[in-house]
Write a protein that binds this ligand. Structure first.
Ligand SMILES: [Zn+2]
Length: 140
């Protein structure tokens, strides 16, 4: 699968691929995703009910945070990644983690995220020159 992404329920901008973030918008790679089915979720993901947090890689996949924190090569950890369903009826509600925190951590997002036209990769940097809504990266 090529690049793809989903729009944040809060700011309506895409979950950014961690490969192309800038120092200003690198917070937009850290996400929380509300899944309809959590049966495939690996135990290393941090969870809030049906939601998981992690790092978005730009290929519809989320990786658990520890991959980033321990400095290991991201590519070595593909087995841990979760593919986000693309079909409209099972597509998750996606948020930038900082947007979710800023919105008061809502637990019942109702509608799935739209697919991101910029695919989380081919974004206009001027349109993504956005400072983080709050200082926390949410890696709690
Ligand atoms: Zn957002």
């Amino acid at each position: 699968m090529g690049f793809s992404s989903f729009n944040c329920k809060h700011c309506n901008r895409s979950l950014l691929s961690h490969w192309v973030t800038t120092p200003t918008n690198d917070w937009m790679q850290f996400v929380i995703v509300f899944l309809k089915d959590t049966s495939e979720v690996e135990p290393q993901f941090l969870r809030h009910g049906n939601a998981i947090t992690g790092v978005y890689d730009g290929y519809s996949r989320i990786h658990p945070f520890w991959n980033e924190n321990d400095g290991s090569d991201f590519g070595d950890c593909d087995d841990d990644a979760i593919y986000l369903p693309y079909e409209a009826h099972e597509r998750p509600a996606c948020w930038h983690l900082s947007c979710w925190n800023a919105a008061g951590r809502p637990t019942e997002p109702t509608t799935p995220s739209d697919l991101a036209l910029d695919q989380g990769y081919f974004f206009d940097e001027e349109n993504y020159n956005i400072t983080e809504p709050q200082s926390s990266k949410g890696k709690e």
